[in-house]
Design a protein around this ligand. Structure first.
Ligand SMILES: Nc1ncnc2c1ncn2[C@@H]1O[C@H](COP(=O)(O)OP(=O)(O)OP(=O)(O)O)[C@@H](O)[C@H]1O
Length: 267
C-alpha cells in the first residue's frame, strides 16, 4: 500500500460554525482511490472542501504530506493538492489549452513566463485525459464530457500528489463516466496519485474504489476496503435502500443492484 499523502483526524466540518459532520477520520494513499459516498446533503462536498483547505475545519486536523494543512501558503498547497469542484466557470472564449495552463499558476504565478516544465506538464495533462485533440477548441463549444476532461486536465497540470474530485461524472453519459474514471484510475495506478473522489453512483463506487468512506447521519458510517464496506447492511443503513452486492466473475469488480419490490416485466 502507498504512503499516506493526506490524513484527517477527528475532523469536524460544517458551515458558519454549524457542524455537518463530526469525528471524521480519512486517509488518502499514493496510488489508491478513496470514494466518498452517501445520501444527498449528508456532507460529502463539505468534507472534500474542508480537506482541500477551502473551508475552515471546525475541529480536528488535516495533514498533507505530514504537515498541517494550515501551514501551507495557497500556492504551495496547490502544488501538492488539486481540487476539482462539482461545477466550475471559465471565462468566455477560453480555449482548452488556456484553461489547462491555469493549472500551472500554482507553480509559476499568473504573470511569470512559462518554462519547458510548464509546457511538458500541460501536454502531459492533455494527453492523459485524451484532451489533446481538443486543445485549441473553445471550452464553451465543447460537449459536457469533453469539457469535463478539459477541467480534469487543468487540475492534473498542477502535478499534485493528491487529487480531490467532487462528482466528476455528473452530466456525463455512461461511456464518458467510465472514461473519466478510467483516467482517474490510471493516474492513481501509474502515477501514484492519491485520489479522493465523491461519487453518487454505487456501481461506479464499487467498480473503482480501493477504499470507500460512507458518509451518513452526521459522520462516517463505515470506512475501509470496498469489498468490506459496500455490504447490503451498510448501504441499507446509510441510504435506506435494499441492494444486492455481487462480484462480476468476468472482471472481478463489485456491483450493487437495487432490490425492487416488483419483479421486472417478462419480455
Ligand atoms: N455554503 C453553505 N452554507 C450553509 N450550509 C451549507 C452550505 N453548503 C452546504 N450546506 C449544507 O451543508 C449540508 C451538507 O451539504 P453538502 O453539499 O456537503 O452535501 P453533499 O453530501 O455533498 O450533498 P449532494 O450529494 O446533494 O451533493 C447540507 O445540509 C447543506 O444544506
Amino acid at each position: 500500500m502507498g504512503d499516506v499523502r493526506l490524513v484527517a483526524k477527528d475532523l469536524e466540518v460544517g458551515h458558519g460554525g454549524r457542524p455537518v459532520l463530526k469525528q471524521v477520520d480519512l486517509s488518502l494513499r499514493a496510488g489508491s482511490i478513496t470514494v466518498l459516498v452517501g445520501p444527498n446533503g449528508c456532507g460529502k462536498s463539505t468534507l472534500l472542501r474542508t480537506v482541500a483547505g477551502l473551508l475552515p475545519a471546525l475541529g480536528g486536523e488535516v495533514r498533507v504530506d505530514d504537515a498541517p494543512l494550515g501551514s501551507f501558503a495557497r500556492r504551495t498547497l496547490s502544488q501538492r493538492l488539486a481540487f476539482l469542484p462539482q461545477t466550475s466557470q471559465a471565462p468566455a472564449g477560453v480555449t482548452v489549452r488556456e484553461l489547462v495552463r491555469h493549472g500551472r499558476y500554482a507553480h509559476r504565478g499568473a504573470l511569470a513566463r512559462h518554462t519547458a516544465d510548464d509546457t511538458e506538464a500541460i501536454d502531459w495533462a492533455l494527453d492523459v485525459t485524451d484532451a489533446a485533440p481538443l486543445a485549441e477548441r473553445r471550452l464553451d463549444e465543447l460537449s459536457g464530457g469533453e469539457r469535463q476532461r478539459a477541467w480534469l486536465a487543468m487540475v492534473l497540470a498542477q502535478r499534485a500528489g493528491v487529487l480531490l474530485l467532487d462528482e466528476p461524472t455528473t452530466y456525463l453519459d455512461m461511456r464518458h463516466q467510465f472514461e473519466v474514471l478510467d483516467v482517474v484510475r490510471r493516474l492513481a495506478r501509474e502515477h501514484g496519485i492519491a485520489v479522493g473522489v465523491v461519487l453518487h453512483d454505487l456501481m461506479q463506487a464499487a467498480a473503482y474504489a480501493d477504499d470507500v468512506v460512507v458518509v451518513a447521519d452526521g459522520g462516517v458510517a463505515a470506512a475501509g476496503p470496498a469489498g468490506d464496506v459496500l455490504t447490503p447492511e451498510v448501504i441499507e443503513r446509510a441510504f435506506g435502500l435494499r441492494v444486492s452486492v455481487v462480484r462480476d466473475p468476468a472482471t472481478g469488480y463489485l456491483a450493487c443492484f437495487p432490490q425492487r419490490s416488483q419483479a421486472p416485466a417478462a419480455s
